[in-house]
Design a protein around this ligand. Sequence first.
Ligand SMILES: Nc1ncnc2c1ncn2[C@@H]1O[C@H](COP(=O)(O)OP(=O)(O)O)[C@@H](O)[C@H]1O
Ligand SMILES: [Mg+2]
Length: 165
Amino acid sequence: MTAGRPTHWTLPDAEATQAFAARFARHLAAHGPESVVIGLIGDLGAGKTTFVQGFVAGLAPDEDHYVTSPTFAIAQAYDTTPPVRHLDLYRLADYDELAAIGDRDLLHAPGFALVEWIDQIPEAAPPEWIALRLAVADGDVRRLEATGYGAALSRLVEDFANAII
Ligand SMILES: Nc1ncnc2c1ncn2[C@@H]1O[C@H](COP(=O)(O)OP(=O)(O)O)[C@@H](O)[C@H]1O
Ligand SMILES: [Mg+2]
């Protein structure tokens, strides 16, 4: 599937990452398809879980969803609108293990599937998805690269970038 033009952001601290994620979530909820897989890629401590905290808060600003890393649970669901599933594939050996816990529903049910360590099991990424690559730049500063795969999601990412620059 063709990749869109990658867009880049500099996020100076954790609050900036969460605020960015909240805006991104609301943009997707307003303009995206019914179901979206968002892969979060980056080293331990890059800010993947922090991003998910902001994303969930952006969809449910009046509720107090406590988002932690689902590393041990593998998946955690949030009853936001649209709903969010938060997955962490770090401890899974292969796609079969994901299939055993319900890959179709976790990834493709309506709403957003936010998948940490999707690069561990690349088959988890469908033909159309959004890749968010996070890297530590310096101290608290993170660099985020967003790429949409497939025409609709690459346009969505580019529209979001154009809307907030
Ligand atoms: N700009 C930033 N964006 C995200 N997290 C940041 C940032 N600056 C500092 N942090 C801190 O880095 C850590 C990131 O941890 P976490 O989100 O669990 O990473 P990951 O899920 O990628 O392992 C948190 O303690 C967070 O407060
Ligand atoms: Mg994490």
